[in-house]
Design a protein around this ligand. Structure first.
Ligand code: ATP
Length: 242
């Protein structure tokens, strides 16, 4: 589905953020991208979603393929139309619109307008809290609720590849579990491929099929989630799971 080959990225022509990373997201799988602050995780997501240029970043080597097609250099909008959607807290949420209006707006690239109502109901099944808050302006939601809305909004676009940037950020532990269980359910029911960047390695690996650990712009380890979790040295050294 997604294949990153030897990708090198710099910011402002001199700051090296990615030093040749390779990564695969197979169809219908969840891949967790883990690692400490500054390792290059967000840069990877930005590269895949076409958002590097807006941040002063540039791919200097390597390539990104989506369904066999090289996609580097394609605009973020065209990538959404191809089926790649980045969900990030605060991104693409319209604070002045209600929860339901935001969900409706999430379907802007779709032609099957008739199915939109039914899909909104489905999102309310995944995140019942959003149904309760359906008339509330997004700007008044808590961090966790905004995160759910960001994911729900991403789902409305019916992407083939959903990129999630730190869904646990600033969210109470109990809610984090719920959000991740929902992400797993969404993968199973919608058959979507998901690449999730997360600081909370434990919870991410508990739902992911594969994990990649990054450090200093490189992938230092990758494997099946269960393998990573079972390797005490790796999980203690890189992930702080003891
Ligand atoms: P975090 O979890 O802290 O966001 P990360 O693993 O996502 O970390 P990135 O944000 O991808 O890491 O950052 C990788 C490197 O690139 C860091 O050294 C960072 O300082 C640098 N960097 C990121 N964005 C920019 C930017 N817009 N301009 C210059 N340097 C940047």
């Amino acid at each position: 589905m997604l294949r990153i080959n030897n990708l090198e990225v710099v910011y402002q022509k001199i700051i090296i953020a990615l030093r040749g990373i390779s990564l695969d997201v197979p169809e219908g799988k969840i891949v967790a991208l883990l690692g400490s602050n500054g390792a290059g995780k967000s840069t990877t997501l930005k590269a895949v979603s076409g958002l590097l240029a807006g941040d002063g970043g540039q791919i200097i080597d390597g390539s990104i393929e989506f369904q066999g097609e090289v996609i580097d250099g394609i605009t973020p909008d065209a990538l959404v139309r191809k089926g790649i959607f980045l969900s990030m807290e605060g991104r693409r949420i319209f604070k002045g619109l209600t929860v339901e209006e935001n969900l409706t707006a999430g379907a802007y690239t779709r032609k099957d307008r008739l199915n939109i109502k039914g899909d909104i109901e489905k999102i309310y099944e995944y995140f019942p809290k959003l149904k309760v808050l359906n008339n509330r302006k997004a700007g008044f939601l808590s961090g966790g609720e905004q995160q759910m809305l960001a994911i729900g909004r991403g789902l409305m676009a019916k992407p083939k590849l959903l990129l999630l940037d730190e869904p646990s950020l600033g969210i109470a532990p109990l809610l984090v579990k719920e959000i991740f269980q929902n992400i797993k359910k969404i993968k199973q029911e919608e058959g979507m491929s998901i690449l999730v960047v997360e600081q909370n390695a434990n919870v991410a690996l508990s739902i992911a099929d594969y994990g990649y650990i990054m450090e200093n712009g490189r992938v230092v380890m990758h494997g099946e989630s269960a393998e990573i979790l079972a390797n005490k040295d790796i999980s203690e050294h890189y992930l702080g799971i003891g």
